[in-house]
Unconditional design. Structure first.
Length: 165
C-alpha cells in the first residue's frame, strides 16, 4: 500500500533496477547525507584546579585554564591562569589572562594581567594590558608589549612629542 520514499537516499531509484550501474574505480561520487553531520562545538572543559595541599615541582603547560591554590616551583603556561589567595608560584608565568590573588616570585607574561588587592608579586610583569588594585604588593618592573607572550618581542615605543611648527 504505502512505501518509504527513497528520493534522498543514495543507490538505485525506483525504476532504475533495470539499468546496470557503471563500474566505479575512483572514490564515491557523492557522500551520503549522514557523512555531512555537523559536529556541535565541544564544550570548554572546566579549569584544572591544583588544591591548596598540593605542592608541584616542575613545569606545567596547557591550552586550557588552570586555577592554582597550592604551591608550584616551576614555570606555568596556560590560557587563563588564576592564582588563588593561598597559592605561591616560584617561576615564570605565561598566559593570555593572568589573575593574581596570591604570591608569585618570578616573571609574569600575559595579554591581560590583573593583580587583586591580595596579590604579592616579586618580579617583572610584561603585559599588553594591566590592572593593579589598591592594596596589591608589587616589586619589580612593568613593561608593555604588543605581544608579551613572545619572549623576543620588542617593547612598544613611547610616543614622541610633536615639535611645534
Amino acid at each position: 500500500m504505502f512505501s518509504k520514499s527513497k528520493i534522498n537516499e543514495p543507490g538505485p531509484k525506483q525504476g532504475d533496477s533495470d539499468t546496470p550501474k557503471p563500474a566505479s574505480t575512483s572514490a564515491p561520487a557523492t557522500p551520503s547525507p549522514s557523512e555531512f553531520k555537523a559536529s556541535a562545538p565541544k564544550p570548554k572543559p572546566p579549569a584544572s584546579v591544583l588544591s591548596s595541599d598540593l605542592h608541584v615541582t616542575g613545569n606545567m603547560k596547557t591550552n586550557g585554564d588552570i586555577q592554582v591554590e597550592g604551591t608550584v616551583e616551576g614555570d606555568i603556561r596556560a590560557h587563563l591562569l588564576t592564582i588563588g589567595e593561598t597559592a605561591t608560584i616560584k617561576g615564570e608565568v605565561v598566559a593570555d589572562d593572568v589573575v593574581v590573588n596570591g604570591r608569585i616570585v618570578g616573571r609574569v607574561r600575559g595579554l591581560k594581567v590583573r593583580l587583586t588587592s591580595t596579590a604579592r608579586v616579586e618580579g617583572d610583569i610584561i603585559h599588553k594590558t594591566i590592572a593593579i588594585e589598591s592594596g596589591a604588593h608589587f616589586e619589580g618592573s612593568v613593561q608593555r608589549q604588543d605581544d608579551p607572550l613572545n619572549p623576543g618581542a620588542k617593547t612598544t615605543p613611547a610616543a614622541k612629542p610633536n615639535p611645534a611648527s
